[in-house]
Structure formats: structure tokens, C-alpha cells
Design a protein around this ligand. Sequence first.
Ligand SMILES: C[S@@+](CC[C@H](N)C(=O)[O-])C[C@H]1O[C@@H](n2cnc3c(N)ncnc32)[C@H](O)[C@@H]1O
Length: 154
Amino acid sequence: MDIRLADAASIPLDDECADLVVAFMSLHDVDAMPAAIKEVARILVPGGRFCLAIVHPINSSGRFEASTADARFVISEDYLRPFRYSETEERDGLSMTFHSQHRPIEAYFVALEEAGLLVETLREPSVPDQAIMSPAGRRWQRLPLFLHLRARRP
Ligand SMILES: C[S@@+](CC[C@H](N)C(=O)[O-])C[C@H]1O[C@@H](n2cnc3c(N)ncnc32)[C@H](O)[C@@H]1O
């Protein structure tokens, strides 16, 4: 297996060498997101597909006011204005901080459009019942946490 570590805005692969590119939960963490999507278009063969999953812009735009099932979800920043945010996750004594950017959904569509990629499908997957661990956790089923897109290079 050939594994390479590189900046998504400068992918060390030839033009038109891939028939599928997957960016799973990463583009909202990539500073140069439009340049990364241009790179995707460059390495795809005509007819090739690009699948991406990001934190849904509705999710990154706001916060629940409380940890109850019926808590209000409040957008306190401007949805249309990109901003940076960080979140630290702790698990099994390990801590990891993710530095991300909220962007309106249009920013991703404009980047795909400018790269010449056509969106074929969009999904807003809901959290399945089996992932809800308490009644209060039902709040996470009230809005899309993630956005899935599939685009095609014509
Ligand atoms: C939330 S993590 C997701 C990682 C993995 N896809 C997963 O689902 O577990 C986001 C990843 O994006 C990577 N990333 C951020 N900016 C990048 C860039 N400019 N080029 C390549 N990777 C980048 C980070 O290093 C991190 O590994």
C-alpha cells in the first residue's frame, strides 16, 4: 500500500490519476479549503467522483443552550460569516484539540463550482436511535450534525 502524507492544497499526485477521492470529516479543518477542492478536481479523471463529509454548517454555527432534550439551539455568531473554533475531546485519559472553521454551506458549493465539479447528491444523516445514550441526548436528533456530498468531474 502506498501512503503519502501531504497538504491537501498540494497533493503529490499526477493530474487525472484518481477515479474516486474521499475527504472524510476534514475539509472544515483545512485552511485552504477552496485550493484543496481544486486539487481534488485536478487529480480526478473526467467522470471521477468526489465524496466528502463535513461538520454541517448549521451545527458549527451555533450551540445548544443546555444539555436537555428540548434545549434551544442558538446561533450567536453570524451564520454567513466564517469563523474559527476549537474543540477538545477527552477519551481514555487522552486529550485532542481540533481546530476548525465554520463556513456557510455556500462556501463549499462555490469551491466545488469554481473547481468545475458538479454536486450529484446531498445527505443530512440523522443520529440513529441506537447512538442516543440518554433522553437528553435526543437534542442531537433535532438538527443535522453532518453534511455528506457527492460531486462529479464532468
Ligand atoms: C477531524 S480529523 C479527521 C481525520 C480522519 N478523516 C477521521 O475521520 O478520523 C481532520 C483531519 O484533517 C487534517 N488536516 C487539516 N488540515 C489539513 C491540510 N491542509 N492538509 C491535509 N490534512 C489536513 C488533520 O490533520 C486531521 O487529521
